[in-house]
Design a protein around this ligand. Structure first.
Ligand code: ADP
Ligand code: MG
Length: 147
């Protein structure tokens, strides 16, 4: 699936819509350069999942993991250098939960990410344009339907 947004607000709105397509348990890699819009999209997804309002979702760059209830996690691996550092985060245990785990910079540790994952790529086009590509969504969300 391919989308194009032309403002931060549109990317938040797209995140809200994408949230409805996610299964109840999923690892979602957000892939793109610094400033591409990974955190912005995550804000919309968290809001769409009704786990928090978009305004209350901040970047986990320094805290590494933010939890929204027990069903939504937002992770940022940017500052991690090694697999040993990554191991201290306890991500594997989080991946085992019935939760949606949004991961920025997860592609830096591909072997440590679940094989069954959703990948969302964000590419800047000009100042405010973004092309957003979603791969790996199940054809039909499994688990309980989200309304
Ligand atoms: P990342 O987490 O990928 O480093 P952020 O989401 O933190 O990126 O930041 C994206 C930046 O790009 C914000 O300053 C935002 O205002 C700006 N921006 C401009 N246009 C868009 C767009 N279409 N979608 C998302 N962000 C945009
Ligand atoms: Mg970010």
């Amino acid at each position: 699936m391919n989308f194009r947004t032309s403002s931060e607000e549109e990317t938040v709105a797209l995140g809200r819509s994408l949230a409805r397509l996610l299964p109840a348990k999923a690892a979602v890699l957000l892939i793109g350069n610094l400033g591409a819009g990974k955190t912005t999209l995550a804000r919309g997804i968290v809001e769409g999942l009704e786990a928090a309002s978009a305004d209350d979702v901040s970047s986990p760059t320094f805290t590494l993991i933010h939890e929204y209830g027990d069903r939504v996690y937002h992770v940022d691996l940017y500052r991690l250098e090694t697999e040993a550092e990554l191991a201290t985060l306890g991500l594997e245990e989080i991946f085992d939960r019935d939760a949606i785990v949004l991961i920025e910079w997860g592609e830096r540790f591909p072997e440590r990410m679940p094989a069954d994952r959703i990948e969302i790529r964000i590419e800047a086009v000009g100042e405010d344009g973004r092309v957003i590509t979603v791969d790996g969504l199940p054809l039909r969300p499994s688990g309980e339907a989200r309304t």
